[in-house]
Design a protein around this ligand. Sequence first.
Ligand code: FPP
Length: 233
Amino acid sequence: MIQIDERLKHIAFIMDGNGRWAQKLGKPRQYGHRFGVEALERVSRYCRDLGLETMTVYAFSTENWKRPQVEVDAIMKLLEQYITKMTRTLDDDRVCYRFIGDMSVLSPNLQKKIRVLEEASSVYEQTLNIALNYGGREEIVHCFHELIAEGKTQITEEDISRTLYTAHCPPPDLIVRTGGELRLSNFLMWQSAYAELYFTDVLWPDFAEQDIDAAITAFYSRKRRYGGVVSGS
Ligand code: FPP
């Protein structure tokens, strides 16, 4: 198993390619999402075992509602099943779940299940953020609303950071996108400012431990300068 150190605290994943994976097998897109959930379970277990402090996954964006209704329904059903399963296996998994995004449009039943899982898992230290009805622009607008409600007339970067959905965790050090596309698609817009980006053609349902190792190896080969200079270079 690859070793990580304090330079790598947070990896975020854009889980892309489920639909194409299913199409290659002549199956409906939903079939790919089902195996996408299996990949999520595999990846989160591995990241936990690596000792990673935070992992974030992009499960459903504010734009994904535009997909065909059968696909949206299938993803919501998978999500509900996933939450039920994670609530049951909490003490084996030992991960703290946090949902980030605008939950207000989800069914009251789903919102309740989310709250129960978040509360019950809050004793664990390693965090899995699940971005759901999440959009980076929506998140920044949400910050502004919070700050207006506080009566602010001047705002700082610190004000934005503390009102983000991810205020409880450090920004991502590494963002991994599967499925071959080279963009961030409105994911963690504020938080990604200094993240290292890693793109792979592997489709999400096929994404496995060795692919995480490859992403981490690439991360450690980068020189992070944060706009400064690295001494000795
Ligand atoms: C991208 O693949 C994937 C999504 C938009 C949804 C991600 C969902 C999962 C991994 C499963 C659901 C997760 C939970 C927690 C229930 P795509 O459909 O855009 O694939 P494509 O680019 O090949 O069309």
